[in-house]
Design a protein around this ligand. Structure first.
Ligand SMILES: [Zn+2]
Length: 176
């Protein structure tokens, strides 16, 4: 058997571990050293085949389920640089929306905060767009990807709550 070099850029270690080429190509392999196979496994998109609803349930049960949840809004996250800007833009654009629930200021603020938390700057985003954004963010914050950090769990909780607010609203009021 020929000795393979690790597939990670700039790594010259002999590769002894194989991994699929991509989630969509499980038949072909690439080779890594021990250090980089671990990295590869961490970044593997294990959410690929899960729906947003399944991910929602997964976070709730497996990551933050046992923790006390709190309402978002009181303690705003600065996680996304553009959050405040987005919030303002969306808030202003809601002024002429004729849906009754949006005439309630508190709901409008809650919804606006939720969109900003998911880094969504288009109030007309479809539920599909929102779900895919949600998946991306969850992947970025998941303990298996970034390690278990209290601050990431806090962000994850906010993201989940925000997602639920948006999803509930969209399922109830937005035309398909
Ligand atoms: Zn390597």
């Amino acid at each position: 058997m020929t000795q393979q070099k690790c597939n990670s850029p700039n790594c010259n270690t002999i590769a002894e571990y194989r991994a699929p080429l991509s989630p969509n190509n499980l038949e072909e392999y690439q080779w890594f050293c021990l250090k980089h196979i671990k990295e590869y496994n961490k970044n593997w998109n294990y959410f690929e085949n899960m729906s947003a609803d399944e991910i929602e349930e997964f976070i709730e049960n497996d990551i933050i389920g046992h923790r006390k949840t709190h309402k978002i809004g009181a303690n705003r996250s600065n996680y996304f640089n553009k959050t405040n800007e987005i919030r303002e833009n969306i808030f202003n654009s809601f002024n002429h929306v004729g849906i009754e629930e949006f005439s309630s200021n508190s709901f409008r603020i809650e919804y606006t905060n939720a969109l900003a938390e998911l880094n969504i700057n288009d109030k007309n985003s479809t539920l599909e767009d929102i779900k895919s954004k949600f998946k991306d963010i969850v992947k970025q914050l998941h303990p298996d990807t970034v390690g278990y950090k209290e601050e990431n769990i806090e962000k994850l909780k906010k993201v989940l709550e925000s997602y639920k607010i948006i999803k509930n609203y969209n399922e109830r009021f937005k035309p398909k």
